[in-house]
Write a protein that binds this ligand. Structure first.
Ligand SMILES: [Zn+2]
Length: 331
């Protein structure tokens, strides 16, 4: 079978389409014939080299396809854990010492076939395409835990989402709107701003040419927003601190522009700002995040669907923040 594999971390040249023998299911596992797999920013980090990854590794955390043993359509819950430790027992699966994400800690989904624990396979309705199903799990799980569980988002609140056209940004926008919040979304072009507006953003700001801090103060009558969603990191963190209200929350699930921003701690303690870290989610959060998709209340946004062999194009597009929504690979 064909698979996207990284043997030695590096640039785009590290991505290899390889021929491997078909995987065989172990105890408790089933085989998913992958019809669609999505690309996440995580794939770029794994390609460049992550200490937790064991190379060679097949990339990809999300997949949807047909379960060979049952003939049913299913999508993949992208993570596993021990299930019994203090963290797993209290709904904090991502804190488990055995926590693993497909395509990061173990082989991933960008292959024609994968063998995974049967409990990770979630059936989905016929009204959802394989591409939409593969676009959803990682980013909507992350967005749900970050905004709803950890961020404690309330319907009356204002949320600022930086670079909301990214996969997780679109998920945050849709879930925040579903929760009744007012959303201010930024993007790097007028075209993306228009698309964010069409997805329900109350206000859009082109951060390439607008002063986001000043515009934000105008829009919120100098109060600032209750929540800032910032997975950009170094480029935006200082402005996130300026945009959040006194006592507000800044949520982070990544740092695509760099992880070491300058920080003025006086802003944090005098204005009592909470910085809340978040990564992935537990099984309940995955199911909660998927339900509105299964019910047709929100639809995952797909940037493009390309063959497995063109995976480097997807990495390149995500790296320069050109994608709007998710890029899907068809194996
Ligand atoms: Zn555990």
């Amino acid at each position: 079978m064909k698979a996207v594999q990284v043997s030695t971390p590096g640039g785009l040249e590290a991505l290899k389409l390889v021929d491997l023998t078909d995987p065989v299911p172990g105890p408790g596992e089933q085989t998913l014939e992958v019809k669609a797999a999505s690309v996440n920013h995580l794939d770029l980090w794994v390609r460049k080299g992550l200490p937790v990854a064991k190379y060679p590794i097949i990339l990809g955390s999300d997949a949807a396809g047909i379960v060979l043993e049952t003939g049913r359509r299913a999508l993949l819950n992208p993570s596993t854990s021990c299930g019994t430790c203090e963290f797993c027992s209290s709904g904090d699966k991502p804190l488990c010492l055995k926590f693993a994400i497909f395509g990061e800690h173990v082989n991933g989904t960008q292959a024609q076939r994968i063998c995974v624990p049967a409990e990770n396979l979630i059936p989905f309705p016929d009204t959802i395409s394989f591409e939409e199903a593969a676009a959803a799990p990682l980013v909507y799980t992350t967005a749900w835990r970050m905004l709803i569980t950890r961020g404690r988002l309330a319907p009356s609140e204002d949320v600022l989402i930086w670079s909301a056209g990214a996969g997780v940004g679109v998920a945050c926008l849709q879930l925040a709107r579903l929760a009744g919040a007012r959303v201010i979304a930024t993007a790097s072009s007028d075209e993306k701003c228009e698309r964010l507006k069409n997805l329900g953003a109350d206000f859009v700001l082109n951060h390439a040419r607008e002063d986001v801090v000043r515009r934000l103060r105008e829009l919120t009558n100098k109060r600032g927003v209750d929540i800032v969603v910032d997975y950009i990191g170094k480029d935006t963190w200082g402005r996130s601190v300026q945009c959040v209200r006194r006592g507000g929350r800044i949520l982070t699930c990544g740092a695509t522009s760099g992880y070491d921003p300058a920080e003025d701690l006086r802003q944090i303690f005098y204005r009592q700002i909470e910085g809340i870290g978040c990564t992935m989610g537990n099984n309940k959060e995955t199911l909660d995040a998927l339900r509105p998709i299964f019910e047709g209340r929100i639809r995952p946004v797909i940037d493009s669907v390309i063959p497995l062999a063109n995976v480097a194009d997807a990495h390149e597009r995500i790296a320069r923040r050109a994608a709007f929504g998710k890029i899907i690979l068809n194996p």
